[in-house]
Design a binder for this molecule. Structure first.
Ligand code: ZN
Length: 444
């Protein structure tokens, strides 16, 4: 009992006094003892960062890492978060990371879990959040706990504040509340990948990042932008933008100056900023991307995520994932082939991998008269997996067929199909190392 009490006091102290070191969340608390000088060699040298990124020569759709995200959902009787909500989270993540050519993609770990503990639904930010974040986690993935509300209640103050998300640098876990902007999870994962807020320390003159990109730390040759704020020089210095941007993403802090008297010129679209309208955020800078890739290269699990790794190549999820349920089926169009894969997620534990052997697709048949539909599965490089195909209209099974590399006609017909929405379930019957891909196309 005494021990529990001491532990509790300890966590309260941590939360109140050295908050900045433990949390990177939607509000920043700066701490005097957190000197901005202690950094690794690479991450405070602009030239090194730029050349680090150059080596990858990132273009559209180039992918270097695919990182599994595991969700832990605190069960809510009023609002269920199911596969289609999780798919949306992954799609938004992949949208923001792909439009910025980061080379990073995310996949949904199939073993997401529900937690039946009502008392965690409205999670207390200071006491419960760090405990739960340390407790609820798996290896070799990014852990995201979804709660109903993340509530911050300061001691001796009755006012409560709600938060959208938080990242805990000790557990490396993320907690988000159910109702968040489309960019919030990308922001929190930005923290996981080593990024800080561009406005970090702006309120404190001693630590403030100057607007000037060339100003040096007195008596050194080190640029201040490499050591202050987010320690990156291609993200402009900025105040906390919550107060200084409007709903349309315009900067409104015309009279706000740094301690040298220079007016701020922030970017109101950076994903790591705090714009008043969080939907304004859609950009990562080159140096932010370089720092994320550098952080990943140091992550002990990155060998499971790196696409160049030979073993991984056989088991990577396709771009249509997640599609393991009827409600998360991917749309396929006539005469437009798609290539899918059956994949595996490495769990960081030896010989324990999570197979994902099911894909759901759907198509819409717009026609007056019933007509025959052919679903074809052309071979890729003479390889063909053993699969079972089931076609549904709504929840009714219409037709079913097994196909192997020995099947003469690798196709399935729906005779006299009537207009409407059809679902195709494709399941791998025998798991193999070689035949993990298939091509599918639809014809009328
Ligand atoms: Zn943040």
């Amino acid at each position: 009992m005494l021990f529990k009490h001491i532990l509790l006091t300890y966590f309260v102290l941590i939360s109140l006094n050295i908050n900045a070191q433990f949390f990177d969340n939607e509000e920043y608390y700066f701490n005097i003892s957190d000197t901005p000088i202690r950094t690794k060699k690479l991450i405070n040298n602009t030239d090194l960062l730029n050349s680090y990124l150059f080596q990858y020569n990132l273009k559209k759709h180039n992918i270097i890492y695919i990182i599994p995200v595991k969700f832990w959902i605190i069960k809510n009787k009023k609002k269920t978060i199911g596969p289609s909500e999780l798919k949306k989270f992954i799609q938004y993540l992949n949208y923001y990371y792909s439009i910025n050519n980061t080379g990073i993609r995310f996949s949904l770990r199939p073993d997401y879990q529900y937690i039946n503990k009502e008392k965690l639904l409205n999670l207390r930010y200071y006491l419960q959040a760090p405990f739960q974040s340390l407790k609820i986690k798996s290896k070799a993935c990014i852990n995201v706990i979804i709660v109903n509300k993340l509530v911050k209640k300061k001691l001796f103050k009755s006012k409560k504040k709600k938060y959208a998300g938080t990242y805990n640098p000790i557990s490396h876990g993320i907690i988000i509340s159910g109702n968040i902007s489309t960019s919030t999870l990308s922001h929190e994962i930005g923290h996981y990948l080593g990024l800080k807020h561009p406005h970090r320390g702006w309120k404190y003159k001693w630590f403030q990042e100057p607007v000037s990109r060339t100003r040096l730390i007195p008596g050194t040759h080190i640029k201040m932008c490499e050591r202050r704020g987010d320690r990156l020089c291609d993200t402009p210095a900025e105040p906390n933008l919550t107060k200084y941007t409007d709903n349309k993403c315009n900067y409104t802090g015309w009279n706000v100056k740094d301690k040298y008297g220079e007016t701020y010129k922030p970017d109101t679209h950076n994903i790591m900023s705090y714009t008043y309208n969080r939907e304004c955020r859609n950009k990562f800078t080159k140096q932010q991307i370089a720092l994320m890739l550098y952080t990943l290269s140091k992550n002990k699990y990155s060998k499971y995520w790196k696409i160049q790794n030979n073993k991984n190549q056989k088991f990577f999820p396709d771009a249509f994932e997640p599609d393991n349920h009827q409600e998360t089926a991917t749309e396929i169009f006539f005469n437009t082939p798609q290539i899918h894969s059956f994949h595996k997620t490495f769990t960081g534990r030896k010989k324990i991998e999570i197979p994902d052997t099911t894909d759901w697709l759907f198509f819409e048949l717009k026609t007056q008269k019933p007509q025959t539909i052919i679903i074809k599965f052309p071979e890729i490089n003479n390889l063909f997996p053993e699969i079972k195909i089931s076609v549904f209209k709504g929840s009714n099974l219409i037709t079913e067929k097994k196909l192997t590399d020995k099947s003469y006609l690798k196709e399935l017909k729906i005779i006299k199909a009537i207009p409407g929405e059809y679902f195709i379930k494709i399941r791998q019957i025998v798991e193999t190392e070689r035949e993990n891909f298939y091509k599918i196309s639809l014809f009328k």
